[in-house]
Write a protein that binds this ligand. Structure first.
Ligand code: UTP
Length: 266
């Protein structure tokens, strides 16, 4: 546990107050407000370099939503930073664990960059999911990135949503979940709504095709399914559409939730 984070809070409230044990209330704080966990794909905040204009607009949008009363928890992806370091280390002979650790470091670098543009974020990238509630309770925005080799930041975001009993929004570089890769198959159709089972079967089919970049990886889908987390997949570059999704209004994208509809209907 990173005790430093909680020391910051203690000092903020009263410089002379001794630091209370970090775990005292991390699990026990009741979740009373609507919280949304947002997985921010690295590809929407970076091309070859960070997209600073877009990052500033995204930060402004998050601030606006927070002022409206929506609490957000952000999880940032590795994008081109991760891919570049992973490719270099691979050519130098690094093993998969080391490659994943580089991906995690890259995602944390991107997360720290986003924090620098946000008005009300907790100043450090969180490294434990259990720290989120305390940060939210203090009125700050928790920002996380990669945590453990073998996972993805979407999976971390799904775990955060499970922990907080929150909704999950995946801001990605496609505008929803399709029946096939829309960039390769002109017949691919977008699903406005999906069941967890159908999402999983689509991702399983995509996963066996080499070079497929899954909208949501299978471990993330399994977490969403087991805790029936309401999930929205949308084009992360369209911030007006994103705001509609957070506000519970109609939005362009795919919504994944428990549905009474049969597979043929969706
Ligand atoms: P991302 O989750 O960002 O992967 O993590 P991505 O599929 O490239 O997503 P975009 O491009 O951001 O949308 C980058 C890499 O970091 C490692 C993995 O190697 C992953 O491919 N990683 C990330 C982990 O090993 N564990 C984590 O918890 C997160």
């Amino acid at each position: 546990m990173d005790q430093g984070i909680f020391e910051m809070f203690a000092q903020e409230n009263n410089p002379s107050t001794p630091v209370t044990p970090a775990y005292s209330s991390a699990y026990s704080i009741p979740v009373v407000e609507k919280i949304v966990v947002i997985s921010i794909g690295g590809s929407i905040i970076l091309d070859e370099k960070p997209k600073t204009n877009f990052i500033a607009k995204l930060a402004q949008t998050i601030t606006e939503l927070n002022q409206e009363g929506f609490k957000t928890c952000l999880v940032v992806g590795g994008g081109s930073t991760a891919r570049s370091y992973i490719a270099s280390a691979k050519s130098l002979g690094a093993n998969n664990f080391v490659l994943d650790e580089l991906g995690i470091s890259a995602s944390r670098l991107n997360a720290q960059l986003l924090i620098s543009s946000l008005e009300n974020a907790f100043p450090k990238v969180l490294t434990e999911i259990s720290q989120i509630k305390l940060v939210l309770e203090k009125g700050k925005i928790p920002v996380l990135a990669g945590l453990l080799p073998g996972l993805t930041t979407d999976c971390i975001a799904a775990l955060c949503a499970e922990f907080l009993q929150a909704d999950f929004i995946n801001m990605t570089n496609v505008d929803g979940v399709y029946s096939a890769n829309p960039k390769e198959d002109a017949r691919a159709r977008k699903f406005p709504e999906l069941s967890y089972e159908k999402l999983l079967s689509l991702m399983r089919i995509a996963d066996i095709k080499p070079g497929q970049n899954l909208v949501l990886d299978i471990p993330a889908c399994l977490i969403l399914k087991r805790s029936k987390i309401k999930t929205m997949v949308l084009d992360g570059t369209d911030l007006e559409n994103f705001k509609n999704a957070v506000r519970g209004l109609d939005f362009e994208g795919t919504i994944i939730r428990e549905t009474e509809k049969s597979e043929e209907e969706i």
